[in-house]
Write a protein that binds this ligand. Structure first.
Ligand SMILES: [Zn+2]
Length: 71
């Protein structure tokens, strides 16, 4: 696993310390994880301001298997 690939999410990889969309407080881990077709939805619940928001990780399998040619 290289640092260059860190931006790409993978199944089984749970994002952590996501800053709250409202107050910026880091949230240790998502409250709820909902796997979908080619994507995973993460529901974050900020303990500091009670703000709830959803973040979706999309898996671009085609782009991953067939990287676009550099322009
Ligand atoms: Zn917050």
């Amino acid at each position: 696993m290289t640092k260059a690939n860190k931006a790409k999410a993978h199944f089984g990889e749970i994002p952590r310390q996501n800053p709250c969309a409202q107050c910026g407080t880091p949230i240790p881990e998502p409250d709820w994880i909902e796997p979908g077709e080619g994507r995973i939805s993460y529901l974050w619940n900020c303990r500091a301001c009670n703000y709830r928001f959803e973040a979706v990780a999309i898996f671009e399998r085609e782009a991953f298997e067939h990287p676009p040619l550099a322009a």
